[in-house]
Design a protein around this ligand. Structure first.
Ligand code: NAG
Ligand code: NAG
Length: 353
């Protein structure tokens, strides 16, 4: 028992110490940033602060008063600036939150229990595609939509990358957590397609070539490490081949029993379907007439024409009742999930409210 009390006392002493230390060192953190030429930052109380903090936050709970806020938000433009910013934070004993797209629903990129600063990578979004080698270097602040667009436009729609379906999600967060999407049945997740990463380690050192030669760190950065093994500043990705013609489809179904039956069938066909077919289900509670019910969007894509898609679906999943008017045919960007699905789903959600 005495040991327990002692532990608590020591713990609280440390808490107090950290708080006082941090409160008195905001000025010295800012002074350090300025002396190193890291000039794009904003501090609590300055005009740009709330916008910089809140605009990309997807879970609005973390914008509320009472949620711990960063003392400083730093917006570096280069890996060297990230390195300098982190070195200044290390000196002052600051906790760090790195923000890429702001989609962490747990607030991991926007809040912390210890005094902290955010390094927001929004200004680091350069993309260099090598069409011949089918690779791309991306800076760590690149978002999914930016990446898809850059790859498609530079490769005349013949190359792509298997990551998520929401265009504003940050690529770094995606890769570090796996990265599942429309192409994943064919090509795996985003983390499977990383060739190399550039990382700033806990001491502020830039490691330029993290790859199979550095297996533990490389593993940790691709889903194994919870995103806490350094600050990734760039990724080298292996791109994937895409066919000329893809069909995408989306159907809206309502009714608990209808959806239950469809989901049951979907579970039995999904593992056996060809990898060029992807079908996902987005379910929601709805209320058309005031009484609660269930609605679901069945959406996906297939590597083929509309007719080929209909032929396949009517064979393996006739219960879905897919028809030509549910489908769109084109290249990867034209049928793009990012626009098509998100708009379709949100239109249907809104018209059902
Ligand atoms: C700092 O970064 C923000 C976000 O990208 C940008 O809007 C702003 O213009 C930058 N400020 C300076 C001084 O570079
Ligand atoms: C698709 O199939 C229908 C009926 O089987 C046919 O009439 C139509 O010409 C086909 N469309 C294309 C583009 O092949």
């Amino acid at each position: 028992m005495r040991q327990f009390v002692l532990c608590i006392t020591i713990f609280c002493l440390l808490c107090t110490y950290t708080r006082i230390n941090a409160a008195t060192t905001v000025d010295s953190l800012v002074g350090c940033l300025r002396s190193k030429g890291v000039l794009n930052y904003t501090t609590s109380g300055s005009p740009f602060y709330s916008t910089a903090l809140d605009f990309s936050m997807q879970n609005l709970r973390f914008t509320e008063a009472g949620v711990p806020k960063p003392a400083v938000i730093i917006l570096p433009s280069t890996a060297q600036e990230v390195q300098k910013a982190w070195t200044c934070m290390l000196r002052g004993g600051w906790a760090l939150r790195v923000r890429n797209g702001g989609h962490s629903y747990e607030g991991l990129s926007s809040s912390a229990s210890a005094p902290f600063a955010i390094i927001d990578l929004i200004n680091m979004h350069k993309i260099t595609v090598n069409v011949q080698k089918k690779t791309a270097w991306i800076e760590a602040g690149v978002r999914i939509g930016e990446l898809y667009h850059a790859i498609a436009s530079q490769s005349s729609n013949r190359l792509g990358f298997p990551a998520g379906t929401c265009s504003t999600v940050g690529m770094s967060g995606q890769i570090m957590g796996g990265g599942y999407g429309m192409l994943s049945r064919k090509y795996g997740v985003a983390a499977d397609r990383v060739l190399q990463a550039q990382v700033i380690d806990g001491n502020g050192k830039l490691i330029k070539r993290v790859s199979t030669s550095n297996p533990d760190l490389f593993w940790a950065l691709r889903g194994g490490g919870g995103g806490a093994w350094g600050i990734v500043v760039a990724w080298k990705l292996k791109l994937v081949d895409l066919p000329e013609t893809i069909t995408t489809f989306s159907l809206w179904k309502t009714g608990k029993q209808v959806i239950t039956d469809l989901v049951y069938k979907w579970q039995t066909i999904a593992p056996k379907a060809p990898p060029e077919l992807f079908i996902a289900i987005y379910m929601a509670g709805i209320s058309y007439t005031g009484s609660p019910d269930m609605g679901a969007s069945f959406y996906g894509q297939y590597w083929g024409t509309i007719n080929e898609t209909l032929a396949l679906l009517n064979k393996i999943y006739p219960e879905l009742g897919l028809s030509e008017s549910d489908c769109k045919q084109g290249n990867w960007m034209q049928v793009d999930s990012l626009v098509f699905y998100v708009l379709e789903i949100s239109n249907r959600m809104h018209s059902s409210l």
